[in-house]
Design a protein around this ligand. Structure first.
Ligand code: 5GP
Ligand code: ZN
Length: 113
């Protein structure tokens, strides 16, 4: 299957990875929208939040746990940050492999556009 985030997960396309284990990868977004902009993805191809189910949802908990750990390690834990999942056309999803944006390092606005 031709999926850019599967290729990043298996190493066939390079990315600035800051965390990796058997189930997930965290890497820097190519087009950062904040001083810190990371993407956390499952290694398994899950196309969007619509495809999360009882078989694969364990990885979501793991992703949030690792994000909390990275936030502590990188020092944006106390100031705060935002975790975003864009799902489908109205959600603004452009890459069809489940990913969580981690945005930090500036005062983010709400509501989103
Ligand atoms: P979405 O719009 O689907 O929520 O987010 C996709 C994100 O993936 C965008 O923020 C975009 O900058 C990022 N992105 C797309 N292609 C690549 C890539 O090849 N490498 C990296 N590191 N980020 C990518
Ligand atoms: Zn994929």
């Amino acid at each position: 299957m031709d999926c850019i985030f599967c290729s990043i997960a298996d190493g066939s396309i390079p990315a600035d990875k800051i965390y990796e284990d058997d189930n997930m990868v965290v890497f820097k977004d190519l087009n950062p929208q904040a001083p810190i902009h990371l993407l956390a993805i499952p290694k398994a191809h899950i196309s969007s939040n619509n495809e999360v189910n009882s078989e694969n949802s364990f990885v979501i908990g793991k992703i949030f746990e690792v994000i909390a750990k990275i936030a502590k390690e990188q020092g944006f834990y106390e100031d705060g940050y935002r975790i975003v999942n864009n799902c489908g056309v109205h959600g603004g999803q452009t890459v069809g492999h489940l990913h969580y944006h981690v945005l930090a390092g500036r005062n983010l606005q709400w509501p989103p556009g």
